[in-house]
Design a protein around this ligand. Sequence first.
Ligand code: HEM
Length: 483
Amino acid sequence: MDIFSAIFIFFACALLGILLAVLGLIVKIYSGKSIGNPNYPPVDGTVFHHECYTTDVRNIEHILKTKFDKYVKGEYMMDIIRDLFGEGIFAVNGGKWRQQRKLASHEFSTRVLRDFSCAAFRRSAAKLARIVLEISKAKQSFDIHDMLMRYTLDSIFKVGFAVDLNCLEGTNKEGVEFMKAFDEANALVYWRFVDPSWKLKRALNITSESVLRWNIKVIDEFVHGLIKKKRRQLFKYHTTDMKEDILSRFLQESEKDPDQITDQYLRDIILNFMIAGKDSTANTISWFIYMLCKNPLVQEKIHQEVEEFINGAKNAIDINEFVEQITDEKLEKMHYLHASLTETLRLYPGVPVDGRTALEDDVLPDGYKVKKGDDVYYLAYAMGRMPYLWGDDAEDFSPERWLDHSGVFQPESPFKFIAFHAGPRICLGKDFAYRQMKIVSIVLVQLFRIALADENRRVTYRTMLTLHLDGGLHVCALPRFQG
Ligand code: HEM
C-alpha cells in the first residue's frame, strides 16, 4: 500500500468514526436514558435537557407538596424570565420566595384589600358594560377578548397602584404606551423559550432582544415613576392610616425595612402581580364567555342565579346602581356561577403546562426514576380532558359536575383540578381572580345576551405559555333591558 492510500484510509476511518459517534449521540439524545435501562421511557427530553411529562395526580402531589424543597423552578426558566420578572415572586426560590410569599399572603388576605378590590372591579365592570352597550346599540360585533385584556389591566392598576390607567377607553396616552410595552415584553420573553440564540441576540442587542430591552425600559420608567410619586405622597402626608392599594401597603412596609424593600424590589413585586393577574384572568373570562355562547342554557341559568341574589337585577337599567348591589357576601352564595367558572378552568386552564426541576435523584410515586436536573412537567390542559380523571363526559362543559344534589359547590383535590397550581406555591390571587371574574360575568350576563359573531369561525388557543385565544373572541351582545 502506498503512502497516499494509507493516509486516505486513515482519514476515511476517522471520518466514519466521527459519523458513528454523532449518530450514537443523536440516538442517545432521542432515546433518553432508556438504553440499557428499562426504568426510563424510550423517547424523552429535548436536545438540550431531559424532561418528563405527567398527568398522574400522585406524581403532581409529590413534586408540588410532599417533596416541595426538592423540586424548584429551574435555572433554565429563571434565566429566561429574569430580565422582566426581576427578583419577583415568580422568579425566585428558597428564602427569597418564602419572604415575599409571607408578605404578599398577608396583604392579600386583608379586609381592606378585599373591599377595595371589590369596589375597583365593580367600577371597571360598569365602565366595560357601558362600552358594550354603545357597541350593541350600533348592532356591531366586537372582540371581547381584547376588551377584557384592557379591563383586567385597568383593574389591576387600580388595585395595585390606585391609578386610573383608562386603557379600556384608551384616553391615557402614557397608560396605552405602558400597556403596549408590557404586552410586547411579555410575549418576547416567552419567545425566548423557543429561540436558542436569544442570549447571543441579547449580548449584541439586536432584533427581538433589542425590542425587549426597549420595552423593559419603558415599563421600568413608568413603574419607578409611580413608586417615586407614591413615596412622595406618603412622606408629604405622613399618614399612619392603612392605605388601600397594594403598592402603598408595600411602601408602608418598606418604611419599617428600607434595606430589604428597595424601589427595585417594589418594582419587581408589582410587576409580578401584574404578570400573574392580568392575562390569566382576561383569558379565563374570555373562555368562559365562549363556553356561554356554546351553552346558552348555562348562560340563562347564571342569569337566573343573578336575579335570585342581586337586588334590582330584574330591571338593571341604571348600570351604576346595579353594580353597587354586588357584594362579596352575595358572590359567595352564587354556587352555579362559581361552578361554571371552575368548569371553564378545568377545560381551559390559564397555564396549560407547568413544571419543576429536580434538585436530586428521586423516584416518583408511579415508579418513574427522575435524575438530578431533570424537568418534571404536569399537563393541566390534557388532564382536564381525561376520562380517567373526570369520567366519560370529560370533554363536555358541565358546571353541574361541581355541585351536590342541593346545588352546593364541591371542591376537588387541587392536585387534580390543577388550574391554580397546588401546594405551598398555589396561586396567591385565586380568590382575587374569582371575585373579579364573577363581578364582570354578572354584569355582562345580566345586561346582555351574548352570542358568537360567527358560529362557523373556529375558536382555538395560541401556542404559548398561557392559554390565549388565537385571534380573539368576536361576539355580539344583545341588551336584555331597554333604557
Ligand atoms: C384565573 C386566573 C388565574 C389563574 C388561572 C392563575 C394560575 C396560577 C398558576 C398556575 C400559578 C403557578 C405558576 C407557577 O408555577 O409559578 C399561579 C401563581 C401565582 N399567581 Fe395566579 N392565577 C390567576 C390569577 C391571579 C391573580 C389575579 C393574581 C394576583 C393579582 C395571581 C397571583 C399569583 C401569584 C403571586 C403567584 C405566584 C405564587 C408563588 O409562586 O408563590 N394570580 N397562578
